[in-house]
Design a protein around this ligand. Structure first.
Ligand SMILES: [Zn+2]
Length: 374
């Protein structure tokens, strides 16, 4: 799981947060949900089938929520926020004859009937929800059924991290970063396979260098588009001829530029002779500008970890940025037979410099700009 995936997930979750800012069971929000999407939203959030006529936007959001619960390890776990009557993991309960009277007076989550570690007594529930005493047999039925899923003494946590975030409501603009942080803190994504893949291409990578590589998307550029681009590069998240061929979407795995077979990601962005010539030209230009011979090695240029380049800090930032322009151009011309042109790259670099200039000026540190782009 990559950071960028979490970021997208967080943006989707924010929609859920807006929808359910008042909590699952607030009648006003439920009414809202019924009018803008459909009534089965709780069901869908907790694993029910998503109806075919669900608007596409809503579908993405619902799947985003499920993925977030899964990623944080809470998909199969009960919390006091778990909807009582619909959830697939309380299947026995949801199979009960409809407790619509209970649902209508606000008894709708597990926490409404399950206390710290035991089923709440009938009297207690009666008191909180003015439940009619004729419902006692139903209470017994529910208790009996719930015991299939939870044993007395089992404590049920109040909420999962995602439920906590979504139900806080009113997070405004900071919402995305809060959700993003929760996703990151509640998981330990392993990048071992990714590291092995890159090591197969660029040779052994030291621990410290690998840490730099993982940080590079965040530190290389102030533009979020470039940050995303670097993350996609790092995770080789592109449909290469090799990948398309394997999934049966392409006749061959040949490179569109040099026709060599088995064009994997590394070939497409580096090893291909056509692309190699392009990189050589760029490295030549950069060396001239920096008055220092930049080495033609894939590790720093592709992965953005410039530690070993022997350059000043400002020059490393500059090199990182201009490489990002080159990488972006390679992506733009992904399917072309020729490499991107140097003219295109120069224009990109100029534009990049122009934009950064105004940012540095707005931040009141034009010196920093001069150091990098001067
Ligand atoms: Zn090629």
């Amino acid at each position: 799981m990559s950071n960028i995936y979490f970021y997208y997930l967080a943006t989707h979750l924010l929609v859920i947060n807006d929808l359910l800012g008042g909590g699952w069971t607030d009648p006003a929000y439920r009414l809202e949900l019924q009018t803008i999407c459909y009534s089965g939203v709780f069901d869908a959030l907790y694993g029910g089938r998503i109806p075919r006529d669900t608007p596409e936007v809503m579908k993405v959001v619902l799947l985003g929520w499920r993925a977030a619960q899964r990623v944080t390890g809470w998909w199969d776990r009960l919390t006091r926020q778990t909807p009582l009557w619909q959830w697939r993991h309380l299947r026995e309960v949801s199979a009960l004859e409809v407790f619509w009277k209970w649902d209508n007076i606000g008894i709708s989550t597990l926490g409404d009937v399950w206390g710290e570690s035991h089923m709440r007594s009938f009297e207690e529930i009666q008191e909180s929800y003015s439940l009619n005493k004729t419902q006692f047999p139903k209470y017994l039925q529910l208790r009996h059924t719930l015991l299939v899923h939870i044993r007395p003494g089992d404590s049920v946590p109040n909420c999962s991290p995602m439920e906590a975030r979504t139900m806080m409501g009113g997070q405004g603009r900071r919402g995305i970063s809060q959700l993003y942080r929760s996703l990151l803190f509640n998981t330990t994504p392993s990048h071992e396979n990714l590291r092995r893949k890159w090591e197969g291409w660029v040779g052994p990578i030291e621990e410290a260098d690998w840490r730099d590589v993982l940080m590079a998307p965040r530190t290389m550029s102030m533009t979020s588009r470039f940050r995303v681009l670097q993350t996609l590069y790092l995770h080789t998240a592109y449909l290469t001829p090799e990948r398309l061929f394997k999934t049966g979407l392409r006749q061959t795995a040949d490179c569109p530029r040099c026709s060599s077979p088995d064009a994997d990601f590394f070939h497409m962005v580096w090893a291909c002779p056509v692309i190699m010539t392009y990189w050589k030209a760029i490295v030549g230009e950069v060396s001239k500008v920096l008055h220092s011979e930049v080495e033609m090695v894939p590790f720093p240029l592709l992965l953005g970890a410039m530690g070993e380049m022997g350059l000043r800090r400002a020059d490393r930032i500059f090199l990182g940025e201009v490489c990002l322009v080159a990488k972006r151009d390679i992506m733009i011309e992904w399917k072309a037979e020729a490499a991107p042109t140097l003219t295109m790259w120069r224009r990109g670099v100029d534009l990049c410099a122009l934009c950064e200039k105004s940012v540095y000026e707005a931040r009141g540190c034009p010196n920093k700009y001069n150091k990098i782009w001067g």
